[in-house]
Design a protein around this ligand. Structure first.
Ligand SMILES: NC(=O)C1=CN([C@@H]2O[C@H](COP(=O)(O)OP(=O)(O)OC[C@H]3O[C@@H](n4cnc5c(N)ncnc54)[C@H](O)[C@@H]3O)[C@@H](O)[C@H]2O)C=CC1
Ligand SMILES: O=C(O)[C@@H]1CCC=N1
Length: 279
């Protein structure tokens, strides 16, 4: 357990909560090591304090100054203001980890003192239960030791891979937004079960166990998804009929287009600020 590290979350939204829940659950940190600041919503901070026991300092600047790792967890559109507000307080002996979609390490570095290490990350909300798929990339001043710190942090709440920064928008479209695609699929499956006559709780139970079983099959058998799919698909059977229908509705294309569009959106979110800085 890394008791000595103090974290400051700038932004108290869903992602901050998911990371806090995961860090505490996995024993990576104790509530006393985690400080959270927000732009204004005091009720939200009070909730996080009540629910998780995390620290809500009266003086927000103290939280930034007293931390070892500053986690930028505001929405991309609010990151420039957050950096203008808190950036001047951050010292080069602190580590800044951003979870913001689209925002480059170079943009963040421009608002910080020279030499301040920045790591860009893209976790997902499954970090709440320690099952995030996180990618990280290093900024200009981030050393091997900084990357190790980020690895330890994100490993506690799931798996972590290192990618070049150019890959971060793709990661965002794939695994950052990914849980939402899966939830959408689950909604559709449950709904279909109910419309076809199952009780809602039965449709939910069967859908979730199917999802869990398929995920474990992929991980534990290490077989290719296409091969596992083949094994479900009896000649002339029900699965084939179902898959053909998915094909008619261009399922593959729909999923791929969703990921490409989310990737593009991540890029747009970052480009908006790059343009502002240049002009
Ligand atoms: N929700 C998700 O599944 C994921 C989100 N992210 C990233 O995490 C970041 C946060 O996303 P959410 O938690 O979903 O958004 P959110 O809107 O729920 O939370 C953002 C919080 O930041 C606060 N904030 C804004 N400006 C601030 C400032 N100047 N100082 C302090 N706090 C400030 C807002 O008051 C708000 O509470 C985004 O950049 C997003 O791209 C990354 C991976 C997954
Ligand atoms: O929707 C978003 O913009 C954020 C980034 C990845 C997941 N949620």
């Amino acid at each position: 357990m890394e008791r000595q590290i103090r974290y400051c979350f700038i932004g108290a939204g869903s992602m901050a909560e998911a990371m806090i829940a995961g860090l505490l659950k996995k024993g990576m940190a104790e509530a006393g090591q985690i400080m959270v600041i927000n732009r204004q919503n005091r009720a939200r901070l009070a909730y996080l304090n009540r629910e998780y026991g995390v620290q809500i300092p009266e003086n927000k600047g103290d939280a930034v100054v007293q931390s070892d790792i500053v986690i930028l967890a505001a929405k991309p559109k609010d990151i420039p203001d957050a950096l203008t507000q808190w950036g001047p307080m951050i010292r080069p002996d602190q580590l800044v980890i951003s979870v913001a979609a689209g925002i480059s390490t170079a943009f963040i570095e421009r608002h910080l003192k020279e030499g301040t290490a920045v790591i860009r990350s893209m976790p997902n909300t499954s970090c709440t239960i320690g099952l995030s798929a996180t990618a990280i990339c290093r900024g200009r001043w981030a050393t091997h030791e900084h990357m190790e710190s980020a690895h330890r942090l994100f490993q506690a709440i799931g798996i972590v891979v290192e990618v070049p920064e150019e890959a971060m928008d793709t990661v965002t479209g794939l695994s950052g937004s990914g849980p939402a695609y899966i939830y959408y699929m689950v909604e559709a499956m449950q709904q279909a079960g109910v419309e076809a006559g199952l009780k809602a709780d039965i449709a939910r139970q069967l859908t979730l166990q199917t999802l869990l079983g398929a995920a474990h099959m992929l991980i534990e058998t290490e077989e290719e998804p296409a091969e596992l799919r083949r094994k479900v698909t009896s000649p002339g059977g029900t699965t084939l009929a179902g898959l053909e229908t998915l094909r008619q509705y261009q399922f593959e294309k729909a999923v791929q287009s969703a990921i490409f569009r989310a990737k593009e959106r991540s890029k747009e979110l970052g480009d908006a600020f790059t343009t502002i800085v240049k002009s």
